[in-house]
Design a protein around this ligand. Structure first.
Ligand code: ZN
Length: 121
C-alpha cells in the first residue's frame, strides 16, 4: 500500500492558494532583505540569508507552455506553466487544451492539492 504525502507527514512543497476578502491569491514569501519571492515557505532566504515575510501574489498570468501527459494516474489531464503577473512560474492543471500565450488564472486546487487554472476569455 502506498501512503499519500500527508499520511507520510512530509511537507508539501507545492504552491498554495489563499482566499482573501478580495478573492483567491497565491501564498508567497518575500525576503525582507533582497525582495526575492518564493511560493514555498523557507526559514531563510537562499540568496541573502534574510528573513522571509508572508505575502500573496495575483493568480493571473500568461501560459508559457503546456502538454498532456499520456502516462501515470493523471494521464490525459493537461498541465501548463503559468507565468504570474506578479512574477514567478507555477505548474498548474487545466480543464482542456489551450494556446501558448493565453491569459489564465489559478481558480483553486484539486482534491489532491495541485493548482487548477482556467483560461480567461
Ligand atoms: Zn534575500
Amino acid at each position: 500500500m502506498q501512503l499519500s504525502r500527508s499520511e507520510r507527514r512530509e511537507p508539501d512543497p507545492r504552491p498554495r492558494v489563499v482566499r482573501t476578502g478580495g478573492g483567491l491569491r497565491i501564498a508567497a514569501w518575500r525576503c525582507a532583505g533582497c525582495q526575492t519571492t518564493r511560493t514555498e515557505p523557507v526559514l531563510r532566504c537562499g540568496r541573502c540569508g534574510g528573513a522571509p515575510r508572508p505575502t500573496s501574489l495575483s493568480p493571473r498570468g500568461t501560459l508559457w507552455s503546456w502538454t498532456t501527459p499520456r502516462v501515470g494516474p493523471d494521464s490525459g489531464v493537461p498541465v501548463a506553466y503559468l507565468d504570474l503577473d506578479d512574477g514567478g512560474r507555477l505548474l498548474v492543471r487545466l480543464a482542456g487544451p489551450v494556446a501558448v500565450g493565453a491569459r489564465a488564472a489559478v481558480t483553486g486546487e484539486t482534491a489532491d492539492g495541485d493548482l487548477l487554472a482556467e483560461v480567461q476569455r
